[in-house]
Design a protein around this ligand. Structure first.
Ligand code: NAD
Length: 478
């Protein structure tokens, strides 16, 4: 039924009308004539998105869901939303919802997105698209098979600044041929604690729904919410939290989406200094061989000195990238980029918006036009960028005890690789320790072809491309 409304709208658009022709002619009973949005999650991000959707007159949030009734009630009360659910499957089944927004824990992203698309809804799903590679591919398949619009929450893609930066780098070639790219994420995160007894789920949380496809295993951190990011059962670590944003900018602005996945990856990392219940690395160093140019990633969540906000020393932005060209460099980050000539003089400054409002607007435009080709971060793009994070996590998980001589598998000409490692060594020296002492792991140089690892340790790596889904939360056939 909704299709017919969208077909009408698509026809209106093709005829040259504005993005939101009004009034909508709907076959559904839809008195408000607005796009009806159901939001999954009432956490920090969902509240943000609720604010943005509420500010767009053509959209209306009509239902929300969270298995944590305390959060659900608080958000419903504040925004006067009458329809609230603790199970996403109930919201997804509603006939009078056009769009489902999934701002939930990472282990729920893909299942929620696929179920929603099967139910005929368009989907806005938060980054990182997938908790594992297999399920990300299911989302792409579902978007095609059910002909749905699916945007991934990589909002920097909708920042108008990015088009200017791309023109500057690739058309004007203002810093000459591009040679290599260093990606940074340096920010301080504190310990998440380590309990001696498993965490009891708060009484307000429906444990079965919250866990969904994740394994029911004891949790030893102090807090249930948010810190699920640092547990492999539910999260993708800092790679899938901030790493996805900064890598996605590189894929978009520097590599112009020419590299779906790197052809080789080598990753080192560990969770160090804090003796907490987190499993995901709080330091990583990664080399990506892309055929286009070498890309190197340095990530640290450690405090560097007495200042609790000071992360390790690094060139360029704390969260962003530096692309080096023959005639200078460009430093890009969320909301701004600056270019320098070879002598270090500033030659151009770009001011961005961060892209959030534009990203929602872009999504709703695509929903109205029923045209996925206009999406700035369609499921496939989201899946490709997420793939970079997933292969990094897999590589650092299956690594061998760190042996610096093995880092020489990266060509010597890639100076930024040694620079990132030296920075990590320096940071650890302030704690009087070394990567060797702390039990860092380093993967072999892993080859990737057609989405699978080849060669040394490939079996172990490939085994991590898909998770085991808890009974009752298996993926439907797409
Ligand atoms: N694009 C961005 O800039 C951006 C920024 C922040 C967070 N995020 C993403 O948003 C997501 C949520 O992050 P957060 O910081 O709000 O985390 P959070 O832990 O504060 O909130 C997650 C909420 O989802 C709820 N939830 C869990 N399973 C659910 C389900 N099946 N249905 C409905 N609700 C469910 C939890 O109870 C919790 O309230 C994450 O995937 C994160 O990566 C994106």
């Amino acid at each position: 039924m909704k299709i017919s409304r969208r077909r009408f709208l698509a026809a209106s658009l093709a005829a040259g009308s504005l993005a939101f022709p009004a009034p909508f002619i709907s076959a559904d009973p839809n008195p408000s004539e607005k796009i009806r949005v159901g939001i999954l999650g009432c956490g920090v991000r969902a509240r943000d998105l609720l604010g943005t959707f509420s500010s767009i007159p053509e959209a209306e949030v009509t239902a929300i869901c969270d298995p944590d009734s305390a959060r659900l009630d608080e958000v419903a009360g504040k925004h006067n939303i009458a329809r609230k659910f603790s199970d996403p499957r109930e919201l997804i089944e509603l006939n009078d919802i056009d769009v489902v927004v999934a701002a939930v824990c990472n282990h729920w992203h893909c299942l929620a997105a696929v179920l929603a698309m099967q139910a005929g809804k368009d989907v806005y799903v938060e980054k990182p698209l997938a908790h594992n590679q297999w399920e990300g591919a299911q989302v792409v398949k579902a978007a095609r098979k059910y002909d749905r619009i699916c945007q991934v929450g990589m909002q920097q893609r909708s920042d108008p600044m990015q088009a200017e930066v791309k023109k500057f780098l690739h058309e004007e070639k203002a810093i000459g041929e591009l040679l290599c790219c260093r990606v940074n994420h340096y920010s301080v995160r504190v310990s998440i604690g380590k309990r001696s007894t498993p965490l009891e789920f708060p009484e307000t949380v429906n444990k079965d729904v919250w866990l969904g496809p994740a394994a029911d295993e004891p949790i030893y951190r102090e807090k249930l919410q948010y810190d699920w990011h640092w547990d492999w059962n539910t999260g993708n670590g800092e790679m899938g939290n901030w790493g996805i944003h900064v890598l996605d900018d590189v894929r978009n602005v520097v590599l112009r989406d020419q590299v779906a996945l790197p052809k080789r990856v080598m990753a080192g990392g560990a969770r160090v200094i804090y003796d907490d219940a987190g499993q995901t690395p709080n330091m990583n160093f990664v080399y990506y061989d892309t055929d286009v140019m070498p890309v190197v990633f340095g990530m640290s969540n450690l405090q560097a000195n007495d200042n609790p906000k000071s992360a390790g020393a690094h060139p360029g932005p704390g969260s962003g990238h530096i692309v080096y060209g023959e005639g200078g460099r460009l430093e890009g980050r969320r909301g701004g980029s600056v270019a320098y000539d070879a002598d270090g003089n500033e030659i151009r400054r770009f001011k961005g918006t961060g892209g959030q409002a534009e990203h929602m607007r872009n999504f709703l435009d695509a929903v109205v036009a029923h045209d996925r080709s206009i999406l700035n971060a369609e499921a496939e793009v989201g899946n490709d960028s997420c793939g970079w994070c997933n292969v990094t996590n897999i590589a650092s998980r299956i690594g061998h005890p760190y042996d610096k001589s093995q880092t020489k598998a990266v060509p010597e000409s890639v100076g930024i690789w040694n620079e990132v490692i030296a920075g990590h060594e320096e940071l650890l020296a302030t704690y009087d320790t070394t990567m060797e002492e702390l039990g860092f792991k380093l993967s072999p140089m892993l080859e990737i072809e057609d989405g699978k690892f080849l060669g040394e340790d490939a079996d172990q790596a490939n085994a991590l491309l898909k998770r085991t889904f808890r009974s009752g939360f298996e993926f439907p056939e797409v």
